[in-house]
Design a protein around this ligand. Structure first.
Ligand SMILES: [Cu+2]
Length: 167
């Protein structure tokens, strides 16, 4: 009887240890302010939706040719499934989106980003609870540009639109 109880205790300790590891993710979501998706800006933070494969901000607007500072706030808590990045493409073309999105799996960690001419810029992978930052020069050509998350299995639903307007 005693050995069984001990095993049970060890099991509890293991579960406790795992819970402690999960505790690295913040209990509260990051306190990041929303922005107006239609007002041109050179500095902004895109958020994700809790533990879903979704950007909370699926659209933002930047002035053409300007230096942009873009942060990604990963509000998820589940690792490793909810790693996210932002990969900005020079197109809205569905074939290109599929090509880059599916290549993420082949490339693997840490970035999951292929070497592809269609990529304007990309962020590091953000762990749950992490905010990552990227800087890039906005395209000179006004229009709409797709951004996607290339973590395996995400790009199909995890997409947004960068709008470039004349500055
Ligand atoms: Cu993702």
């Amino acid at each position: 009887m005693l050995p069984r109880l001990s095993l049970f205790a060890v099991g509890l300790l293991l579960i406790g240890g795992l819970a402690a590891c999960n505790g690295e993710a913040p209990e509260e979501p990051n306190d990041v302010e929303a922005f107006d998706p239609d007002t041109p800006t050179t500095e902004l933070t895109i958020r994700t939706v809790d533990d879903q494969m979704l950007y909370a901000d699926e659209r933002f607007t930047v002035p053409a040719g300007e230096e942009i500072t873009l942060r990604l706030d990963n509000s998820g808590t589940t690792s490793p499934a909810m790693l996210h990045n932002v990969v900005i493409l020079n197109t809205m073309d569905g074939d290109v989106i599929d090509r880059v999105g599916e290549a993420g799996l082949e490339v693997g960690p840490p970035d999951y980003v292929p070497d592809d001419d269609a990529i304007i810029a990309y962020s590091p992978m953000a762990d749950p609870g992490e905010i990552v930052e990227m800087t890039f020069t906005a395209p000179e050509e006004p229009g709409e540009y797709r951004y996607i998350c290339t973590y395996p299995g995400h790009y199909g639903v995890m997409q947004g639109t960068m709008v470039v307007v004349e500055s």
